[in-house]
Design a protein around this ligand. Structure first.
Ligand SMILES: *Cc1c(COP(=O)(O)O)cnc(C)c1O
Length: 469
């Protein structure tokens, strides 16, 4: 499989190249040259397979020759063996039509582990026979950071620099990152929002004299391999609910549009997805874009679901690419306009095309709390604020009664204990893998949200490109 940039002018890469690069050199994002498809028979044959085997089958066409089939399966078994539930991503039934897909049984208790545990192994595998030291630079609204750090801690050929907005991640989230003391882990709290952090990372990649000194790579969901790994659980869940004979709807708590884009890829591959519900909190740029064509940047309002406190959704560009008929030059022009004016009007025809699959909802704090209480009262489930936003949108969606609706449960309720307690009066017990978190010592730097300061910090600590032997 070859990968092309959404902006049309970066070099075409294979899976290994796209994984190591993260962001494309022209500022775009890598996408497969074409969407592979599975026949109904192939989808039906996924029934009863383990998660790791399902993952290997779904990812094989994207990975191509970069990793052999047996090795790919072994890597999946290694990555998903670290999950604390034998089903890896179990389905929980809430009532006669609503289901939760629990994606939080990995080491850091959010769905980011599903992709990042595997990505850490891909990096190690690809670096093994190269004279390259990888410098990963990322921005996190909380969960990506801890999942990425867990996935690469102690790996010899990788350093990771993770920027988080100071004071805007939960204490559990911060400690999960800053208590990892391996020497290749570098946490930076910046004085700004998540969008500021993400913009700084993008600028570092675009700053060629800086980027050229290091092999910079990305673990944010701009990295194609992450989205690929997330496609798997859409198939895994849908097959258990009757696909390919049964259509399934998914409701996805959305921030950067990565998780829900993976659902779009599953649909492109032939999974009968009736609807993808993009659930946002009051930071609703995606809801405005999909419902009214108004993709314009507002200011970020901090909420109880901080991993969705985002205005610019990087992966939305991947959908826009398809909506532009995969014309990289045209999209490049659109994105330049957006970057200059911070606003983009999506033409009605494109919006109509998106609406054949996507619906959206904006869920405020009251509706979120109500969904938490509903899940607890009706189904004895404590759910976290992000999952509650998904569930509220799922319950409000206009769908045929016979279609099962799966809400992606993206974080463990113990990760956001205060918010869960405010809504339900109850605290979810902290899983044993996080025992002692509040007693561990922390290490991180605090820096202003300025490119020069961040680059200087990275340059002092990262290992420059090795000279090829
Ligand atoms: C990252 C995250 C989201 C948003 O996912 P995107 O892929 O950025 O849309 C939702 N919920 C939780 C708990 C997350 O960590």
């Amino acid at each position: 499989m070859r990968y092309i940039s959404t902006r049309g002018s970066a070099p075409t890469l294979d899976f290994e190249g796209a994984t190591l690069a993260g962001l494309a050199a022209d500022g775009g994002l890598y996408v497969p040259e074409a969407w592979p498809t599975l026949s109904r028979g192939e989808i039906g044959a996924l029934a009863g397979l383990s998660y790791a085997e399902t993952a290997a089958r779904i990812m094989a066409p994207f990975v191509g020759d970069a990793i052999g089939r047996e090795e790919l399966r072994a890597l999946c078994e290694q990555a998903y063996g670290r999950f604390s539930h034998a089903a890896v991503t179990p389905l929980v039934q809430l009532d006669h039509r609503h289901w939760l897909l629990e994606l939080f049984h990995g080491p850091t208790l959010a769905f980011k582990d599903v992709a990042l545990q595997l990505l850490g192994l891909f990096f190690e595998r690809f670096l093994a026979d190269r004279h390259t030291h990888l410098t990963i630079v990322g921005a996190t609204s909380g969960d990506t950071g801890s999942a990425a750090i867990d996935a690469v801690a102690g790996r010899e050929k990788i350093d990771i620099f993770m920027l988080h907005p100071a004071g805007r991640v939960s204490e559990v989230q911060r400690r999960q990152m800053t208590s990892v003391l391996a020497p290749n882990i570098h946490n930076i709290a910046i004085d700004g929002s998540f969008d500021d952090a993400q913009a700084l990372v993008k600028r570092m990649f675009a700053h060629q004299s800086f980027a050229g000194r290091f092999s910079l790579s990305a673990v944010n969901s701009i990295n194609w391999a992450r989205l690929m790994a997330q496609v798997v659980y859409y198939f895994y869940a849908a097959v258990r609910l009757g696909a390919p004979s049964q259509e399934i709807a998914f409701s996805v708590p959305t921030g950067n549009f990565g998780d829900v884009f993976a659902g779009y890829v599953a649909a492109k591959m032939g999974l009968p997805v009736k609807r993808l519900i993009v659930a946002t909190n009051v930071n609703d740029i995606l809801h405005r874009a999909l419902s009214a064509g108004d993709y314009s940047v507002g200011t970020v309002t901090p909420t109880a679901a901080p991993s969705m406190d985002i205005q610019v959704s990087s992966n939305f560009e991947r959908l826009l690419f398809d909506l532009h008929g995969r014309d990289g030059a045209a999209l490049s022009q659109t994105m330049r306009g957006f970057e200059a004016s911070r606003t983009l009007a999506i033409p009605a025809a494109m919006r109509g095309e998106a609406a054949t699959l996507f619906a959206s909802a904006r869920i405020d704090a009251d509706a979120m709390s109500q969904a938490m209480r509903w899940a607890h009262e009706r189904a004895a489930q404590l759910i976290d604020p992000h999952s509650a936003i998904g569930l509220a949108a799922a319950r409000a969606a206009d769908l045929p009664a016979e279609v099962p609706v799966v809400t992606l449960a993206t974080a463990h309720p113990a990760k956001f204990g205060d918010a869960v307690e405010r809504a339900t009066g109850l605290r979810a017990p902290m899983p044993s893998r996080l025992a002692g978190l509040f007693d561990r010592s922390e290490r991180y730097a605090t820096l202003p949200a300025e490119l020069e300061a961040i680059e200087a910090y990275v340059a002092e600590r990262a290992k420059p490109n090795a000279v090829p032997a």
